[in-house]
Ligand binder design. Structure first.
Ligand code: FES
Ligand code: FES
Length: 210
């Protein structure tokens, strides 16, 4: 893209990028846009954005991290799940500007040095997918789920709310905690088996890149 000193590459709503002229008053980013910096999969990324751009569109259409999927684009399927500062979120429901200065991890950022993350390996071992479209979101959700269970965060099916230790990840707990991630292929039994295979204490690895 041929950028002059008077232009900025701006990510527009929908994720497309356009060259726009600098603000004539300040010489800075065009009026109505904002400059943001994110750490995505351990790498610093700086962009100028239309503030209406969703995090999902920024990741897929601008940063070309297409492992994160767009299913419903309405917060109903979980295909777009990523980790933002260690918490799982639906990236289609989140404006990119809300994460200025934050750390985002997508499915592409889970492996290290060519080694699959244990959750990725478990999904392979247990055939936790068929077409694979929902799988990046399922895996990111499962990574966060294991951390939440280790931290003792209860769900709506947790029986003993006085227990402050790690949650016993029964199949009911796993189903409830993964209920925001839909799978149209119906791979649910194997997804539950994959998550169950990593239930604490064996799932002790941090999700953050080194
Ligand atoms: Fe975000 Fe469906 S694409 S929840
Ligand atoms: Fe096809 Fe889940 S594996 S939608």
């Amino acid at each position: 893209m041929g950028l002059t000193r008077r232009q900025f590459a701006v990510v527009l709503a929908g994720g497309a990028t356009a060259l726009l002229d600098a603000d004539p008053q300040t010489g800075g980013p065009p009026a109505g846009t904002v400059s943001c910096t994110f750490t995505v999969n351990g790498q610093a990324r700086s962009v100028v954005l239309d503030p209406r751009v969703s995090l999902l569109d920024l990741l897929r259409e601008h940063l070309r991290l297409t492992g994160t999927k767009k299913g419903c684009d309405h917060g109903q399927c979980g295909a777009c799940t990523v980790l933002a500062d260690g918490r799982r979120i639906n990236s289609c429901l989140s404006l990119a500007v809300q994460h200025d200065g934050g750390r985002i991890i997508t499915i592409e950022g889970l492996e290290r040095n060519g080694q699959l993350h244990p959750v990725q390996a478990a999904f392979l071992d247990h055939d936790g997918f068929q077409c694979g479209y929902c799988t990046p979101g399922q895996i990111c959700s499962a990574v966060a789920l294991l951390d939440e269970a280790r931290a003792g965060a209860p769900s709506s099916v947790t029986r003993d709310l006085r227990n402050s230790g790690p949650i016993d990840l029964t199949d009911d707990e796993i189903r409830e905690r993964m209920s925001g991630n839909l799978c149209r292929c119906g791979a649910y039994p194997n997804i539950v088996a994959a998550v169950r295979s990593l239930a604490p204490p064996s799932a002790s690895r941090s999700i953050e890149p080194e």
